[in-house]
Design a protein around this ligand. Sequence first.
Ligand code: GLU
Ligand code: ZN
Length: 508
Amino acid sequence: MSRFGLYVDKELKPLYSFLMEIRDRYAPSPTGLQHIGGLRTALFNYLFAKSRNGKFILRLEDTDRTRFDEAYVDNLYASFEWLGFRWDEGPDIGGPSAPYIQSERLEIYKKYARDLVESGHAYYCFCSAERLDTLRREREAAHSSEAGYDRHCRAVDAQEAASRAAGEPHTIRLRIPLGEKTGLDDALLGKVEWKNDDVSPDPVLLKSDGFPTYHLANVVDDHLMGITHVLRAQEWVSSTPLHIIMYRAFGWTPPVFCHLPMVMGQDGKKLSKRHGATSIDEFRKNGFLPEALVNYVALLGASYEEGKEIYTLDELCARFSLEKLNKAPAVFDYKKLEWYNAHYIRVKTDAALAALALPYAVRSGLFGVPGRDPGAEQLALFKAVMPLVKERAVFLGDIPAKLTYLFSEPPVPDASEFIPKKSSLEEARRLLAIGRTLAPQMAETGDEDAERLAKETAQREGVKLGDLLMPLRVAITGSRVSPPLFGSIRLLGAASSLARIDRALESL
Ligand code: GLU
Ligand code: ZN
């Protein structure tokens, strides 16, 4: 039987599963900043839903009120706004299964917890926190391997329990069927089986304050929201038998589970702060582009096309499938992410890149003092210089430092900086003087003409092209390594270029 109660012929199954409306979700608990792990889960759910024309849902699992902070909700929205992919239903945009915030659904969970008590699949527990605490301490002292609840209230007569529950504080616990097994057929991990006796002993579903635990709210919502597939981090596998037991207790068909491989640092340990940035916010502030992060994270634990590394979001949507996921843990490689970032910086238009890099430039003081906005002229120059830095910038934040020499005259370096290898100060002076005669023409032509002019001159003078241009580069940019020289001269214009060269000549 399918989840819609229709008999599905074996041969038709692939077709049927293709026609079935996919609904999946990202269900974060706002108890921390959004990080790489969360992005990977959200992105894979998004890609899976889109690859099958389905719906991707955002649900806030905010029932852990001790660790909840509104700031984390803001961070969630801001992070995904920046990342640029959206859910089809969620707290901010609504949808047919609203509300999508668990703290607004408390009555629903209470009802379903009571239903389970009525059907005998759950029971009231009257144990006080003190009793449970004493139990834990006694076991510790006795070095007992037993953990969790001792099923003390499981045997209380149902009628008696119901009347006590009217007046006494209580929780509701799941009655795990003992002596049985629970199996999972995970889309990635395959078949896994647990002995029910080993599953967490009769966990709490509804707390004494009326709040559900994660397990209850998660299962009830996945069912009521029509979730067909649950793609989540592998750390949740151990909770899955519990969830499957609950689906059975309710008489519901469980969704397809797919537990995603862990994300590790390069040392094989779970990715954490030790390895570098992990929160989306940090990546953004460090000058990463969302396209780079999304493209790279989409490949964490999945392979699409042999040899193809650059994918737009649409291309990923078209290619994603559960068969393309890898079982092995994914290794987060910061260098590879930087490679992606450099790529996405390179393919930006000048105007787009200038707009993205502008805040970094303002902050760094490129336009005078830190924090000062550029005037119209500086802004035009900033946009015009983008081709000079595009090829080599790895982060948006790299860009301003590379351009300082264009916005303010750099100090003239020490004379030794002007001297080409195996050459003399005198020769450097001569070469720079030759360079001075070329600069006005270079300022008016494109790269190719400027290069031809320089080559011809070098040949005529019997010097290497590199040696001819080196003192000129140092005079113009203040450094031996700089963005392209011809472009710099062109952007500075003949007059400024000559002024810089003259200053250098005076100092030599
Ligand atoms: N709220 C859980 C979390 O924070 C959701 C786990 C799940 O996807 O079932 O990850
Ligand atoms: Zn109890």
